[in-house]
Write a protein that binds this ligand. Structure first.
Ligand code: AKG
Ligand code: FE2
Length: 355
């Protein structure tokens, strides 16, 4: 459990820290921080036994409010856990760690040695495949919504953040890249948060960051990657700025062979690779040559992921969608970036995860 305490004194204000601010007009809540957490827990529990679109919609607003409060009271200089290299197996390619063996220390070790940690079976196969189907449905419903047709509630309802964020959510860009913002789907957001809780990811992310994990409206995306859409090498830090981050990339399909996977430079880079050289025409794009140079003596790899396998990495990891037009199937995945409040991207809108 994380305490909400403000950075700059005023700790006695407790829940009043942001009470004067209007959050999503529909979802305002002016109770104390404890009351806010209790309400999120109460509604989440109620929804477990009786799914309700109104509850799931409200939960996004409340988690956004909790995220704002947590971000506003983040303390400076949190620390990562000590890396555990001793229990990190050597492997050709990447070592595969079973979900039950993951610790924050091992995760830190993987990120500092290989740039990432591959966790097998973080989520059960059936659950992952079901979630993939739900994502497919959210894509269909979003298309209907965008065509001005009545949409199926719950699957796609755009959520706008508190006006303080003045946020550019980049929905058309996300759509073009094969994504739906998770917060635009109250039903799937709820299922995702439940998945984070049950798999221990929320706790893991907070323990890794050394502070409460927050996600964001902009950078948690339900993905459907089509084989004919090519990848582009990138480090997410190139466009997020200086952050404290952990990405959970969760595969919801078998991928890397029959559907697009991820191409990886499996080593720690502690710098941003030069962008926009050779064939790399986009602002944040790294060329194939620069990616190969960054990989050095490590071969670039395209692992095979099964539904429910996860890759965890941070903003310096160099990767691209690994697609080829000859692949017969699309691939579904969840891309969920967590941030510490002390290093939250300046133009993103927070969502509390670990409450
Ligand atoms: O899903 C993909 O193909 C790309 C994912 C990605 O770039 C990320 O998770 O940062
Ligand atoms: Fe990325």
């Amino acid at each position: 459990m994380w305490n909400f305490r403000r950075k700059n004194g005023n700790q006695d204000e407790g829940g009043m820290a942001v009470a004067e601010r209007s959050i999503n007009p529909l979802e305002d809540f002016d109770g104390s921080d404890d009351a806010l957490i209790a309400e999120i827990e109460r509604l989440s529990a109620a929804d477990r036994s009786n799914r309700s679109q109104a509850t799931e919609r409200r939960l996004i607003g409340l988690r956004h409010l909790a995220g704002i409060r947590l971000m506003d009271c983040a303390k400076p200089d949190p620390v990562h856990p000590e890396p555990d290299f001793a229990h990190l197996p050597e492997a050709e390619g990447l070592p595969e760690i079973a979900a039950k063996d993951v610790t924050p220390e091992l995760l830190r070790g993987g990120i500092l040695r290989d740039g990432c940690l591959l966790v097998c079976g973080l989520v059960g196969r059936e659950q992952a495949l079901r979630f993939a189907q739900q994502i497919d449905r959210a894509f269909e419903v979003r298309d209907r919504h965008d065509a001005g047709e009545p949409s199926v509630e719950g699957y796609y309802e755009e959520f706008d953040p508190d006006p303080r964020f003045n946020a550019e959510l980049g929905r058309s860009w996300v759509k073009e890249g094969g994504g739906v913002l998770a917060s635009d789907s109250p039903m799937l957001s709820y299922e995702m948060m439940e998945m984070f809780r049950a798999s221990g990811v929320s706790l893991l992310a907070s323990a890794y960051l050394g502070e409460a994990a927050l996600s964001s409206l902009q950078k948690t995306t339900l993905r459907k990657a089509e084989p004919w859409v090519g990848g582009a090498w990138h480090q997410d830090g190139a466009f997020m700025g200086p952050v404290r981050s952990l990405n959970l990339w969760l595969s919801l399909s078998r991928c890397g062979d029959e559907s697009p996977g991820l191409d990886l430079v499996p080593r720690r880079l502690d710098y941003l690779v030069q962008t926009k050289t050779e064939e790399a025409v986009f602002d944040m794009q790294v060329s194939q040559l620069k990616a190969e140079q960054a990989a050095g003596d490590k071969p670039i790899i395209r692992p095979i992921f099964e539904p429910g396998d996860a890759l965890l990495f941070d903003e310096l990891f160099l990767h691209q969608t690994g697609s080829s037009p000859s692949m017969p199937k699309p691939r579904f995945a969840l891309e969920s970036w967590f941030f510490g409040g002390s290093g939250f991207p300046s133009d993103y809108a927070p969502i509390a995860v670990d409450v």
